[in-house]
Design a protein around this ligand. Structure first.
Ligand SMILES: O=C(O)[C@H]1O[C@H](OP(=O)(O)OP(=O)(O)OC[C@H]2O[C@@H](n3ccc(=O)[nH]c3=O)[C@H](O)[C@@H]2O)[C@H](O)[C@@H](O)[C@H]1O
Length: 412
């Protein structure tokens, strides 16, 4: 009797497997970031290849040929501009995801295009595109600044972090280790890897195995993946732990930008407080200082081992803090914004949400100072002055108002 049921059970089993598989695939797709169409129809075409080569041409004063990922992002935009201006050849890559308004990313990319930097619309997981690029161009360096950014958003969309920061990074490293020549790789890590560390200032030797957010965990994963590719394949890998970078052309999801918008529009701002009403402090770091650290990392990186490692020691595996060394409480930073805007903020002090913020970040930059000549010189007062000037120009003057449309965007 039991034997008579087996074929039926087989069919049910088969159907349930298909069902589960479909659910998994649908789930995965719905958790992937919303990406606009990549500009693929033109890849491999002669005109496309010519444009790529033109963008990568080294000019007088330049030395390197760099692939900059996340070029339409905040840090990527500034690094690309700086590389181009000093004569390096480069190509930008960006997936233009809609985590914050794409209009801002497009405006940054348009400026880069004007300066002769081509920005390709593609995702790090697009192996076909990466393969075509590495075949076409002998990159000396890769600067990986593409990431799903934001500490708090990770609670809502964890899979987009896995997609960009983990899978995307591995996809890029795979191409780098297959490339000929193998480029040196510099990549963005984050101050958030220090997580629940209580010792300040944070030094690179400190433990980083207690991340407080999924974002931090993916950045820590980057460092560990980087170590593996350095160890097995001899890739030259340098990780940069950025500390709350701010400045013109910045990110509207970050506090300095969203607070400015709200102050200007007479809307309240929420200032987070830790347990017992403790103020949160950040080692806010100005973009120009960070760009100098990025360029110095490229310039000082040793070459990757070429060919199979064959027991040769890998180039140094490097990690640097790029901070300002001067943490400032968030309410003090709001007071500086008020001065520059000549407006009062409507302040709401609220308990910090349980989304992964840490009480304080504070960088010890001795290592970066010694090995990169890194020296942060921009005080928060001056840096925010530059930001407010830029904000007023693009969002409040008749001439530029509307060129970057942020719509009703509100950060998480
Ligand atoms: O160094 C990093 O590795 C990270 O820096 C940045 O994260 P954060 O330091 O969290 O910056 P940001 O959002 O500007 O909040 C600043 C302060 O305002 C507080 N904050 C924030 C929002 C709010 O509504 N209220 C508030 O008090 C908030 O609690 C915090 O104390 C990058 O976003 C991140 O991608 C990563 O690069």
């Amino acid at each position: 009797m039991a034997g008579g049921h087996y074929p039926f059970r087989g069919v049910v089993c088969f159907l349930s497997t298909i069902f589960v598989f479909t659910i998994v695939v649908l789930n995965w797709q719905s958790s992937s970031p919303n990406l606009p169409e990549a500009n693929h129809p033109v890849i491999y075409g002669k005109a496309w290849e010519k444009a790529v080569k033109k963008s990568c041409k080294v000019r007088p004063g330049g030395r390197h040929v760099v692939l900059v990922t996340g070029a339409a992002g905040f840090v990527g935009f500034h690094v690309s501009q700086a590389l181009k201006r000093r004569g390096d050849g480069l190509i930008g890559l960006d997936n233009f995801n809609d985590y914050y308004p794409v209009t801002l990313k497009r405006a940054r990319a348009a400026l880069l295009e004007k300066e002769g930097v081509m920005v390709i619309n593609a995702d790090l997981n697009d192996r076909k595109l990466l393969e075509a690029l590495f075949k076409l161009v002998k990159f000396t360096h890769v600067m990986n600044l593409a990431a799903q950014a934001g500490v708090r958003y990770a609670v809502h969309k964890p899979m987009t972090y896995v997609h960009s920061n983990v899978a995307g990074f591995v996809s890029l490293l795979e191409e780098c280790k297959n490339a000929n020549p193998k480029p040196a790789v510099v990549y963005a890590s984050s101050s958030s890897v220090y997580g629940l560390n209580t010792k300040v200032p944070f030094s690179e030797e400190d433990a980083t195995d207690h991340p407080a957010s999924l974002y931090a965990a993916t950045k820590k994963a980057n460092e560990m993946l980087a170590h593996t590719y350095n160890h097995i394949w001899g890739l030259s890998l340098t990780g940069l732990r950025f500390f709350t970078v701010y400045g013109p052309w910045g990110r509207p999801d970050m506090a300095y930008f969203s607070f400015t918008r709200n102050i200007v529009e007479n809307k309240p701002i929420s200032i987070f407080q830790g347990p017992g009403g403790v103020e949160l402090s950040r080692d806010f770091t100005y973009i120009d200082d960070v760009v100098k650290g990025c360029l110095a990392s490229i310039d000082t990186a040793e070459q990757s081992l070429q060919g199979p490692p064959r027991g040769n020691p890998p180039p140094p595996f490097r990690i640097f803090n790029l901070g300002n060394t001067n943490p400032v409480p968030v309410s003090e930073f709001v007071s500086i914004l008020e001065k520059h805007l000549k407006m009062k903020a409507i302040r709401n002090y609220v308990d910090m949400p349980a989304t992964g913020d840490v009480p304080i970040t504070h960088a010890n930059v001795s290592r970066a100072r010694d090995e990169l000549g890194y020296e942060p010189v921009t005080e928060l007062y001056t840096g925010l002055k530059h930001f407010v000037k830029w904000y007023k120009k693009f969002f409040l003057t008749e001439e530029f108002k509307g060129t970057i449309d942020l719509g009703n965007y509100k950060p998480f």
